[in-house]
Design a protein around this ligand. Structure first.
Ligand code: NAP
Length: 263
């Protein structure tokens, strides 16, 4: 088995890009971990393990057992529990951790964005903004909207949501990337007058924001949870390679010293 073992905490497009970039490099063993929420996940290159670790202690045990040299947290910006667990586990084991955090979206001219600190806050703002809601915050956390009996919801998620759910709800099972034409069509067909989104960032799900802007539609944007303090962040795969390369040059990761120079 090759010497340096990297664990990628995945579940995002960038995690798959990173796995593809690292897998097959001489001397590297690359494992991606998926939470197991999606029945048919898009599989990354390299080794894959699926399911929770059992909290930070379980993750620390796994890191020791599998002789992991470095962890890259490439989970979704809203997956805050696993990110905190990774910080705790990597510190306990004494191995480096860095995180890939794609930049958030920012409002431009013509946007009517309303910032929310949580799904509950987003739900509280909705009655003043519209009656027909396109809810794209994922299948979890819909309980926050369940009490809004007067509003009609179009919910888009990869897997079916579970109760409690709003009384008037239509579910669209789909996963990105989504096109501008498709998003325009969706907003028109369902007569949507307000959009709710997490500030996920990235291009795959940004078209809905453009479509909403074109229609002058209000958008409630749920702010990101903060990343664990002290973890080096990179905005993309190239940035992670650079961080890993720096660790290599510091002698902490052997053959990873050249990574930052490869694109
Ligand atoms: P979370 O709330 O941060 O994590 C909850 C628990 O799920 C963790 O304590 C961990 O269980 C397990 N877990 C999460 N990510 C894992 C991973 N990559 N490998 C192994 N176990 C993992 O996570 P979440 O928000 O439910 O997201 C779950 C997964 O979906 C993440 O991998 C994330 O990248 C992806 N995702 C999330 C969102 C979102 O909006 N939250 C959107 C797109 C994709 P244990 O404590 O037992 O280890």
């Amino acid at each position: 088995m090759p010497g340096t073992h990297i664990l990628i905490l995945g579940g995002t497009a960038e995690a798959r890009q990173l796995a593809a970039e690292l897998t097959g490099r001489g001397g590297l063993r690359v494992t991606t971990s998926l939470a197991g929420r999606v029945a048919q996940p898009r599989m990354p290159a390299g080794e894959v393990r699926i399911g929770g670790f059992g909290g930070p202690e379980g993750l620390a045990d796994w890191l020791r057992q599998h002789r992991v040299h470095a962890v890259v947290d490439a989970t979704h910006p809203f997956a805050s529990v696993i990110s905190a667990n990774a910080a705790q586990a990597a510190a306990a084991v004494g191995i480096p951790l860095c995180a890939l955090r794609r930049p958030g979206w920012s409002a431009g001219p013509g946007d009517h964005w309303h910032s929310a600190v949580s799904l509950v806050d987003a739900a509280a703002q909705l009655p003043a903004l519209g009656r027909r809601v396109f809810l794209t915050t994922g299948r979890l956390g819909l309980a926050a909207f369940a009490c809004l009996d007067q509003l009609h919801f179009l919910v888009r998620s990869v897997e079916p949501p579970e109760p409690p759910l709003p009384r008037h709800i239509r579910v669209l099972l789909d996963r990105g990337p989504f096109t501008l034409e498709g998003e325009r069509e969706l907003l028109r067909t369902h007569d949507i007058d307000v959009l709710v989104t997490k500030d996920s960032g990235g291009p795959a799900t940004a078209a809905k924001l453009t479509a909403a802007r074109e229609l002058g539609m209000p958008v409630v944007v749920v702010r990101r949870p903060s990343a664990p303090p002290g973890v080096p962040l990179a905005p993309d795969v190239a940035g992670v390679l650079e961080l890993l390369g720096q660790l290599g040059q510091l002698g902490q990761l052997g053959q990873l010293g050249q990574l930052g120079q490869v694109g």
